[in-house]
Write a protein that binds this ligand. Structure first.
Ligand SMILES: [Zn+2]
Length: 256
Protein backbone atom coordinates (compact mmCIF):
# COMPACT_ATOMS: atom_id res chain seq x y z
CA UNK A 1 0.00 0.00 0.00
CA UNK A 2 2.68 2.51 1.05
CA UNK A 3 4.71 1.90 -2.10
CA UNK A 4 1.71 2.44 -4.37
CA UNK A 5 0.77 5.57 -2.50
CA UNK A 6 4.18 7.14 -2.90
CA UNK A 7 4.16 6.24 -6.61
CA UNK A 8 0.91 8.16 -7.10
CA UNK A 9 2.35 11.09 -5.17
CA UNK A 10 5.40 11.02 -7.38
CA UNK A 11 3.21 11.07 -10.51
CA UNK A 12 1.14 13.99 -9.23
CA UNK A 13 4.28 15.86 -8.27
CA UNK A 14 5.82 15.26 -11.69
CA UNK A 15 2.53 16.36 -13.30
CA UNK A 16 2.56 19.65 -11.40
CA UNK A 17 6.16 20.28 -12.42
CA UNK A 18 5.47 19.47 -16.09
CA UNK A 19 2.38 21.68 -16.17
CA UNK A 20 4.29 24.57 -14.58
CA UNK A 21 7.17 24.21 -17.01
CA UNK A 22 4.75 24.07 -19.95
CA UNK A 23 2.95 27.21 -18.77
CA UNK A 24 6.21 29.06 -18.30
CA UNK A 25 7.85 28.10 -21.57
CA UNK A 26 4.71 28.52 -23.67
CA UNK A 27 4.59 32.21 -22.72
CA UNK A 28 7.65 33.24 -24.63
CA UNK A 29 8.17 36.44 -26.57
CA UNK A 30 10.97 38.58 -27.93
CA UNK A 31 11.29 42.02 -26.35
CA UNK A 32 11.13 44.32 -29.38
CA UNK A 33 13.24 47.00 -27.68
CA UNK A 34 16.05 44.82 -26.34
CA UNK A 35 15.86 41.83 -28.69
CA UNK A 36 15.92 39.48 -25.70
CA UNK A 37 13.72 36.38 -25.57
CA UNK A 38 11.61 36.46 -22.42
CA UNK A 39 9.00 34.45 -20.53
CA UNK A 40 6.30 36.87 -19.41
CA UNK A 41 2.69 36.36 -18.43
CA UNK A 42 1.69 40.02 -17.95
CA UNK A 43 0.55 42.45 -20.64
CA UNK A 44 2.07 45.94 -20.85
CA UNK A 45 -1.24 47.34 -19.56
CA UNK A 46 -1.09 45.04 -16.54
CA UNK A 47 2.48 46.12 -15.84
CA UNK A 48 1.42 49.79 -15.91
CA UNK A 49 -1.54 49.07 -13.61
CA UNK A 50 0.62 47.17 -11.09
CA UNK A 51 3.18 49.98 -11.07
CA UNK A 52 0.60 52.73 -10.55
CA UNK A 53 -1.11 50.72 -7.84
CA UNK A 54 2.10 50.01 -5.91
CA UNK A 55 3.73 53.44 -6.32
CA UNK A 56 2.11 55.16 -3.29
CA UNK A 57 3.04 52.20 -1.07
CA UNK A 58 6.65 52.30 -2.26
CA UNK A 59 6.81 56.03 -1.59
CA UNK A 60 5.36 55.51 1.88
CA UNK A 61 8.02 52.93 2.73
CA UNK A 62 10.66 55.60 2.09
CA UNK A 63 9.12 58.40 4.13
CA UNK A 64 7.02 59.75 1.27
CA UNK A 65 8.06 62.15 -1.47
CA UNK A 66 10.80 64.73 -1.02
CA UNK A 67 9.09 68.06 -0.22
CA UNK A 68 11.38 70.37 -2.26
CA UNK A 69 9.72 70.76 -5.66
CA UNK A 70 12.85 72.17 -7.30
CA UNK A 71 14.76 68.92 -6.74
CA UNK A 72 11.75 66.93 -7.91
CA UNK A 73 11.52 69.05 -11.08
CA UNK A 74 15.20 68.48 -11.74
CA UNK A 75 14.71 64.70 -11.46
CA UNK A 76 11.72 64.97 -13.84
CA UNK A 77 13.73 67.01 -16.33
CA UNK A 78 16.58 64.50 -16.50
CA UNK A 79 14.18 61.53 -16.66
CA UNK A 80 12.14 63.14 -19.47
CA UNK A 81 15.27 63.94 -21.45
CA UNK A 82 16.35 60.29 -21.28
CA UNK A 83 12.93 58.96 -22.29
CA UNK A 84 12.30 61.47 -25.08
CA UNK A 85 15.62 60.84 -26.78
CA UNK A 86 15.74 57.06 -26.57
CA UNK A 87 13.84 53.96 -27.54
CA UNK A 88 11.97 54.25 -24.20
CA UNK A 89 9.71 56.81 -25.90
CA UNK A 90 8.41 54.14 -28.30
CA UNK A 91 7.20 51.88 -25.50
CA UNK A 92 3.66 52.07 -24.13
CA UNK A 93 4.82 52.82 -20.59
CA UNK A 94 4.02 55.99 -18.64
CA UNK A 95 7.27 57.10 -17.07
CA UNK A 96 7.09 58.92 -13.75
CA UNK A 97 10.13 59.89 -11.71
CA UNK A 98 9.80 60.22 -7.95
CA UNK A 99 12.31 61.70 -5.53
CA UNK A 100 11.80 60.02 -2.15
CA UNK A 101 12.39 61.69 1.20
CA UNK A 102 14.42 58.76 2.66
CA UNK A 103 17.76 60.28 3.79
CA UNK A 104 19.32 56.94 4.84
CA UNK A 105 18.76 54.23 2.23
CA UNK A 106 21.01 54.77 -0.78
CA UNK A 107 18.79 53.32 -3.47
CA UNK A 108 16.89 53.70 -6.72
CA UNK A 109 14.37 51.29 -8.18
CA UNK A 110 11.71 50.83 -10.83
CA UNK A 111 8.26 49.29 -10.63
CA UNK A 112 6.88 47.59 -13.73
CA UNK A 113 5.28 49.97 -16.20
CA UNK A 114 7.46 53.04 -15.66
CA UNK A 115 7.23 54.20 -12.03
CA UNK A 116 10.82 55.10 -11.11
CA UNK A 117 12.18 56.14 -7.71
CA UNK A 118 15.38 57.56 -6.29
CA UNK A 119 15.93 58.21 -2.59
CA UNK A 120 17.23 61.55 -1.38
CA UNK A 121 20.10 59.59 0.26
CA UNK A 122 21.37 58.59 -3.19
CA UNK A 123 20.37 61.85 -4.90
CA UNK A 124 22.40 63.87 -2.38
CA UNK A 125 25.52 61.76 -3.02
CA UNK A 126 25.50 62.42 -6.78
CA UNK A 127 28.00 64.95 -8.07
CA UNK A 128 26.39 66.09 -11.33
CA UNK A 129 23.45 65.82 -13.75
CA UNK A 130 25.16 63.10 -15.80
CA UNK A 131 25.35 60.82 -12.76
CA UNK A 132 21.65 61.36 -12.10
CA UNK A 133 21.05 60.47 -15.76
CA UNK A 134 23.09 57.30 -15.12
CA UNK A 135 20.89 56.26 -12.19
CA UNK A 136 17.63 57.04 -14.00
CA UNK A 137 18.85 55.52 -17.28
CA UNK A 138 19.62 52.26 -15.46
CA UNK A 139 16.12 52.24 -13.93
CA UNK A 140 14.47 52.99 -17.28
CA UNK A 141 16.46 49.98 -18.49
CA UNK A 142 14.67 47.77 -15.94
CA UNK A 143 11.30 49.01 -17.26
CA UNK A 144 12.11 48.63 -20.96
CA UNK A 145 13.75 45.26 -20.21
CA UNK A 146 10.51 44.21 -18.44
CA UNK A 147 12.56 42.70 -15.63
CA UNK A 148 9.85 42.80 -12.96
CA UNK A 149 7.35 41.03 -15.20
CA UNK A 150 9.99 38.45 -16.04
CA UNK A 151 10.77 37.85 -12.39
CA UNK A 152 7.06 37.49 -11.59
CA UNK A 153 6.73 34.79 -14.24
CA UNK A 154 9.81 33.08 -12.84
CA UNK A 155 8.44 33.22 -9.31
CA UNK A 156 5.37 31.42 -10.60
CA UNK A 157 7.67 28.82 -12.12
CA UNK A 158 9.64 28.45 -8.90
CA UNK A 159 6.48 28.11 -6.83
CA UNK A 160 5.06 25.49 -9.19
CA UNK A 161 8.23 23.41 -9.16
CA UNK A 162 8.50 23.64 -5.40
CA UNK A 163 4.93 22.51 -4.81
CA UNK A 164 5.47 19.69 -7.30
CA UNK A 165 8.57 18.61 -5.44
CA UNK A 166 6.83 18.95 -2.07
CA UNK A 167 4.01 16.64 -3.21
CA UNK A 168 6.22 14.07 -4.91
CA UNK A 169 9.35 13.82 -2.81
CA UNK A 170 10.51 13.88 0.78
CA UNK A 171 11.19 17.23 2.48
CA UNK A 172 14.97 16.97 2.30
CA UNK A 173 14.73 16.91 -1.50
CA UNK A 174 12.32 19.85 -1.44
CA UNK A 175 14.91 21.81 0.48
CA UNK A 176 17.52 20.98 -2.09
CA UNK A 177 15.19 22.17 -4.84
CA UNK A 178 14.47 25.39 -2.94
CA UNK A 179 18.18 26.11 -2.80
CA UNK A 180 18.52 25.55 -6.53
CA UNK A 181 15.50 27.76 -7.22
CA UNK A 182 17.08 30.52 -5.15
CA UNK A 183 20.28 30.35 -7.14
CA UNK A 184 18.30 30.61 -10.39
CA UNK A 185 16.52 33.70 -9.08
CA UNK A 186 19.78 35.30 -7.98
CA UNK A 187 21.58 34.83 -11.26
CA UNK A 188 18.62 36.27 -13.15
CA UNK A 189 18.74 39.29 -10.88
CA UNK A 190 22.39 39.82 -11.72
CA UNK A 191 21.71 39.53 -15.45
CA UNK A 192 18.95 42.10 -15.09
CA UNK A 193 21.34 44.54 -13.43
CA UNK A 194 23.94 44.11 -16.15
CA UNK A 195 21.36 44.50 -18.93
CA UNK A 196 20.04 47.67 -17.26
CA UNK A 197 23.57 49.08 -17.05
CA UNK A 198 24.00 48.35 -20.75
CA UNK A 199 20.67 49.98 -21.66
CA UNK A 200 21.38 52.87 -19.29
CA UNK A 201 24.63 53.61 -21.14
CA UNK A 202 22.76 53.57 -24.47
CA UNK A 203 20.01 55.90 -23.20
CA UNK A 204 22.61 58.31 -21.76
CA UNK A 205 24.48 58.52 -25.05
CA UNK A 206 21.20 58.94 -27.00
CA UNK A 207 20.19 61.83 -24.72
CA UNK A 208 23.59 63.53 -24.92
CA UNK A 209 24.83 62.64 -21.44
CA UNK A 210 28.35 61.48 -20.64
CA UNK A 211 28.06 57.70 -20.12
CA UNK A 212 31.28 57.62 -18.07
CA UNK A 213 29.26 59.23 -15.28
CA UNK A 214 27.67 55.82 -14.66
CA UNK A 215 31.11 54.60 -13.55
CA UNK A 216 31.12 57.42 -11.00
CA UNK A 217 27.75 56.17 -9.74
CA UNK A 218 29.26 52.68 -9.28
CA UNK A 219 32.04 54.18 -7.19
CA UNK A 220 29.49 55.98 -5.03
CA UNK A 221 27.56 52.72 -4.55
CA UNK A 222 30.75 50.86 -3.72
CA UNK A 223 31.83 53.45 -1.14
CA UNK A 224 28.34 53.40 0.38
CA UNK A 225 28.35 49.60 0.69
CA UNK A 226 31.55 49.75 2.76
CA UNK A 227 34.37 47.20 3.00
CA UNK A 228 32.20 44.52 4.64
CA UNK A 229 29.79 44.19 1.74
CA UNK A 230 28.36 40.79 0.86
CA UNK A 231 30.48 38.74 -1.54
CA UNK A 232 29.15 39.11 -5.06
CA UNK A 233 27.85 35.61 -5.58
CA UNK A 234 25.73 35.86 -2.41
CA UNK A 235 24.04 39.05 -3.49
CA UNK A 236 21.39 39.80 -6.11
CA UNK A 237 23.46 42.82 -7.14
CA UNK A 238 26.70 42.26 -9.00
CA UNK A 239 29.78 43.81 -7.44
CA UNK A 240 30.17 47.45 -8.59
CA UNK A 241 33.74 46.61 -9.71
CA UNK A 242 32.35 43.89 -12.01
CA UNK A 243 29.67 46.26 -13.28
CA UNK A 244 32.28 48.92 -14.12
CA UNK A 245 34.01 46.52 -16.53
CA UNK A 246 30.72 45.80 -18.31
CA UNK A 247 29.82 49.50 -18.40
CA UNK A 248 33.16 50.27 -20.08
CA UNK A 249 32.39 47.58 -22.68
CA UNK A 250 28.93 49.10 -23.29
CA UNK A 251 30.41 52.59 -23.74
CA UNK A 252 32.82 51.23 -26.35
CA UNK A 253 29.93 49.42 -28.08
CA UNK A 254 27.54 52.38 -28.30
CA UNK A 255 29.83 55.40 -28.55
CA UNK A 256 30.78 56.37 -32.08
ZN1 LIG B 1 19.05 47.82 -10.99
Amino acid sequence: MRRGNSKIKLLIGAGIILFTLFQYYSKSEVNEFTGKKQHISLTVQEEVAIGLQSAPKMAQQHGGLYPDQNYQKFVDKVGRKLVNNSVARQTNYNYDFHLLKDPQTINAFALPGGQIFITYALFSKLENEDQLAGVLGHEIGHVVGRHSAERMAKQGLTQGILSGVAVGFDPSTAQGAAAIANVINMSYGRDDELESDDLGVKFMIDAGYNPNALIGVMKILKAAAGPNRTPERMSTHPDPENRIEKIKEAIKKYQK
